[in-house]
Write a protein that binds this ligand. Structure first.
Ligand code: FE2
Length: 177
């Protein structure tokens, strides 16, 4: 993999200047502004996976490569995130929790489709599910304002939309080649 030092250094500097997602979103926006050049640097996706580029208690940066037509169940992150697309497409459905629902169920609240060069910030409480609608691998940079893999998080099973504790191994298995 190419040296992505600038992305990591710039994101770290950004989050230390501004602990909200805003400064990091600017860094990701600049990085994605020439998505082809970014892909030259990071490499064209060859297989699905969640590849950490940087991981600490203040920031996690992951190269996320989605399988063709892959669907990831609704989940939260317990921290803000910034997504930047460099190839393919990510269709996001946003969800909200149904007030006082005993099973913690959710309902759809909105949607956003991301193509190459697009970025979107996700607030700390956002719940989303993601589909790769195209028949090739989709590549994205996901930046999280904390340690993504260690957080206590929720996910919702896709059929009944009831909540359960997030299991990192279940998510990793979905991305396994
Ligand atoms: Fe997510």
């Amino acid at each position: 993999m190419a040296d992505l030092g600038n992305l990591v250094e710039d994101c770290l500097k950004a989050v230390r200047d501004d602990p909200t997602h805003k400064a990091v979103a600017e860094v990701v926006k600049v990085a994605m502004s020439d998505s082809d050049a970014f892909m030259d640097e990071i490499g064209e996706p060859e297989k699905s996976g969640l590849t950490p580029i940087y991981k600490s208690s203040e920031l996690t940066i992951i190269n996320v490569v989605w399988k063709p037509q892959m669907v990831l169940m609704p989940h939260d992150h317990a921290m803000w995130a910034v997504i930047g697309l460099y190839t393919g497409r990510e269709d996001n459905i946003f969800w909200r929790q149904i007030k006082d629902d005993p099973q913690g169920r959710i309902e759809a609240a909105g949607a956003k489709s991301l193509g190459p060069g697009d970025i979107t910030p996700l607030g700390k409480d956002v719940i989303h599910s993601v589909t790769n609608p195209v028949s090739k691998l989709t590549g994205a940079i996901h930046v999280y304002g904390g340690d993504f893999f260690e957080a206590e998080r929720l996910e919702w099973e896709a059929e009944g939309l009831t909540s359960r504790r997030w299991d990192p191994e279940r998510t990793k298995a979905l991305f396994a080649d």
